[in-house]
Design a protein around this ligand. Structure first.
Ligand SMILES: NC(=O)c1ccc[n+]([C@@H]2O[C@H](COP(=O)([O-])OP(=O)(O)OC[C@H]3O[C@@H](n4cnc5c(N)ncnc54)[C@H](OP(=O)(O)O)[C@@H]3O)[C@@H](O)[C@H]2O)c1
Length: 282
């Protein structure tokens, strides 16, 4: 039995879909009783697991052998309690959604995820670490509104390139690690098939949507102010500006080949992602 945390989110919902397609036995973890009822109504076995309530861990982990571990953005340290609980009930394998650079600590996000990878290693529970680059889906969820309204998106990434990745490919690697032997003790760097600048991404979006989209390179201060106006928490603003520096330094341009190694097909190109989601950008 597998437990999927973050099951309603961008990555977790795709993991759920692919586990269903595979006919795997799994339970979804959700943060409230209302959400558990919604999951039940969709035919899913659900348990309430809230990172802020350690008492919820034991019931959610009952009978679980494999744990897909994902925490909400900016709350990575909350995973420690669940890792300890998983160890206590003899969970056999933890597949953790981490981030690119978790091994080098070259960004705030990398250091936060790296610390939780260490907690898992120290626990002695078998693990697989998934270290993805930025999600293609960010162009829908985070930058989609201005793409739709203004035909533009704004980032302090300069003209740096990064190997942006489709969440479906992250989920496909996760499902392999959760349902197949041989992924224990491995860390997969999950990248798209090419390193792209945001100007190139804007071109690809324009082509797929059939209307012009432009990338506007802004300064750190401009990006900070925009996030402050939107009411983002200071700690998230600092982490995202730091992430921009990670990309500007060129550290996000790596092409690992790990997706193809695990799922035996190349990762999704941005052209295909944009084509498949063209309507959502309108
Ligand atoms: N975005 C990127 O480009 C990127 C790149 C690399 C790595 N990452 C990493 O990806 C992770 C985020 O994944 P995502 O984008 O799929 O997340 P997401 O879409 O923001 O979803 C967050 C999930 O966390 C759950 N959650 C929120 N509060 C909770 C709580 N108190 N207790 C239990 N569950 C809670 C939510 O479940 P409920 O609906 O039940 O509340 C939801 O399923 C982060 O660790 C981030 O560092 C992101």
């Amino acid at each position: 039995m597998i437990l999927v945390t973050g099951s309603t989110g961008t990555v977790g919902s795709e993991v759920v879909k692919q586990l269903q397609e595979k006919g795997a036995e799994f339970r979804v973890a959700v943060s409230s009783l209302t959400k558990a009822k919604m999951a039940n109504a969709q035919g899913l076995q659900a348990a309430v697991l809230n990172y802020t309530d350690p008492q919820s861990f034991e019931y959610a982990l009952k009978g679980i052998e494999r744990l897909f571990l994902l925490s909400p953005p900016g709350a990575t340290e909350m995973e420690a309690g669940l890792i300890a609980a998983a160890k206590k009930v003899d969970v056999r394998h933890i597949v953790k959604l981490s981030v690119i650079g978790a091994d080098t600590g070259a960004s705030i996000f990398g250091r936060e995820h790296g610390a939780m990878e260490k907690v898992i290693k120290d626990s002695g529970v078998a693990y697989t670490f998934l270290r993805p680059n930025g999600f293609m889906q960010n162009y829908l969820s985070n930058f989609g509104a201005t793409i739709k309204e203004q035909g533009a998106f704004y980032l302090a990434q300069g003209d740096s390139k990064y190997s942006v990745v489709d969440v479906k490919d992250i989920a496909a690697v996760a499902v392999k690690a959760l349902t197949q032997a041989g992924h224990e003790g491995k860390a997969y760097v999950i990248t798209g098939p090419e390193a792209l600048s945001n100007a190139q991404i804007a071109e690809k979006l324009s082509k797929a949507i059939g209307k012009p989209v432009k990338y506007v390179a802004i300064s750190d201060d401009q990006m900070r102010s925009a996030m402050q106006e939107q009411g983002a928490p200071q700690v998230m603003i600092d982490s995202l500006i730091d992430l921009m520096h990670f990309y500007v330094s060129g550290k996000g341009a790596v092409l690992s080949g790990d997706v193809e190694k695990v799922i035996k097909r190349p990762p999704t190109s941005f052209d295909d992602f944009a084509k498949q989601n063209a309507e959502a950008f309108q």
